[in-house]
Design a protein around this ligand. Sequence first.
Ligand SMILES: *[C@@H]1O[C@H](CO)[C@@H](O)[C@H](O)[C@H]1NC(C)=O
Ligand SMILES: *[C@@H]1O[C@H](CO)[C@@H](O)[C@H](O)[C@H]1NC(C)=O
Ligand SMILES: *[C@@H]1O[C@H](CO)[C@@H](O)[C@H](O)[C@H]1NC(C)=O
Length: 595
Amino acid sequence: MGTFTKLGLPPSPSSICTSSSNRKLLTSRIVLFLLIFIPLLLLNAVFPHSQLIDVILFQAHHRSKALFSSPDRAKPPRWLEVIYGTHLNPDKPLRVGLINFEDSGQSHLQLGGIAKSITINFEPVSPNITWKMIAPGWINEMNPNGRCPDIPMPKAGKYLGLEVVVAHLPCQNDQDQIEDNDEYNHWKQGIRDVSRLQVSLAAARVIVENHGINKDKDVYAVFITKCEPMIEIFRCEDLVWHREEYWVYNPNLERLKEMISMPVGSCALAQPYTGAATAGSRQLQSEIDQFAEDIQVSSSPRTYKPREAYVTVLHSSEYYVCGAIALAQSILKTNTTKDLVLLADQSISKHSRRGLEAAGWKVKRIERIRSPNSQVDAYNEWNYSKLRVWQLTSYDKVMFIDSDFIVLHNIDHFFEYPQLSGAPNNKWFFNSGIMILEPSECFFDHLMSKRYTLRSYNGGDQGYLNEVITWWHRLTVKLNFMKYFPKEFGNGPRVFPEDQHTIHFLGMKPWSCYRDYDCNWHRVEYHNFASDEVNAKWWQVYDEMPKMLQSYCAMTEIADTKLRELKADAQEAQLEDGHWSIELTDPRQYNLVGS
Ligand SMILES: *[C@@H]1O[C@H](CO)[C@@H](O)[C@H](O)[C@H]1NC(C)=O
Ligand SMILES: *[C@@H]1O[C@H](CO)[C@@H](O)[C@H](O)[C@H]1NC(C)=O
Ligand SMILES: *[C@@H]1O[C@H](CO)[C@@H](O)[C@H](O)[C@H]1NC(C)=O
């Protein structure tokens, strides 16, 4: 707490005399202390990411008094003062690299003579390259030559010896994604701007490169922008100061290295940071290896032992309890070394919690979160509860899995990937049913603060997360095999493609059907989700569960009635698949439970 001493805190109580003259002194010191401390506390409440800033500014002022007071120097910008105050060698001017200031002039970059600037040059990305090319809906995962569009970067090795990289960050949205939809006019979309990505990645590369030269030196990033820096690359934890258009970061270099080792978008399969080559953009990997070699950083495996967990969320009803139990059992069968954590709101009963714990989950209680742009009582009304996963900061990394999944073999190695890695959905979206993410209280705050501004295309968490996190890392579709058979499949066999890592049960859930067949067949509008073969995979997990856990998958009286109605309707309509004619033999029909 050395910094507070400088601010003139009172001495410790043991050294305080109690004579009356000293009492006056004591009182005035306490008043002084309160005068200094209360505004600091208030500032921290208003700017939660800038806890240390005022202390830092104080130091900055203190240290650089001599330089700043020199009459021939202009007053430097405040962001530079902040960096200057934390910089260990204040006698030498800081060396500042500038990115993307050609068009904007440098008037707001008066460095006040306490810093030297050099311009970091690279070719601007071709305007032909759209966000769709950065994040295509589909890629050929088998094609090892498949790669991302070319995004020019600063020449490696050319910009060394920098302490600060300042970038002017553009923020235009791709035109082709703006929808003309009155209902949503007050909602914003996330930013999908290829130039913004290029500038962010360029800044990250130069910072990593400079850190590679001198590992003990901090290298700061400063963004000057009308929007916000890319939180996907520059984490909110690393933000040291922010006022208006100015953002100062002291980036965690290990994480930043990880980011620049990813493909430039979800246009190629992500590579694990360990550098182990898998299918996908080998060329990109070799470029990165070359880059790492050039700047003498090793792309060796991380050295800390991460705390990692599979996590799922149950909220608003007990409908998914059985699903979560089967999911845990399927994960444990793979001999995972990770924890299993389940977040449950108050709708999950004590009885269910006991079952979930017996199945392998560590259960934690949460308050659910309402989806701001969903209808009251809609199926997705409380889906933002999933955002609470980011509050699990006792873990470094989490694989979130929805409770309507089962896992088929060990997928622990996917924890190697950084936030946010996932499997594709459609357009440029990832599917939020399974995601690698890194818990962070400030990221959670960010999610909460944006939820009334950014529009979720489906009212649920998936649509929302895809606007906050527009830049993500693609994992194989095998990690999220969706039980989905579009029209082309007709009523014919819907075969399970082998070697998938998981199954994501879309549509009616297996436990809400009788096991004799997939009850998605009962409704024409659910036929896309119907497959007896895939359905049977879930029942294999069920069959291997202890009787006690199976009891959590009992059919309810209401569900039984509903199911028989659907069966009768299908019979009446004489649906061609003929599943309605199959006799029910599932013994669960004789052990119905109330509610
Ligand atoms: C971009 O488009 C222009 C014409 O519109 C074309 O001449 C150029 O080759 C394209 N560049 C790339 C990188 O595709
Ligand atoms: C898990 O471990 C058990 C006991 O060591 C072993 O019998 C089983 O084959 C393992 N399962 C997998 C999927 O590796
Ligand atoms: C929202 O949550 C419900 C219940 O957990 C789930 O059935 C539904 O698929 C979710 N929807 C979206 C859009 O995420």
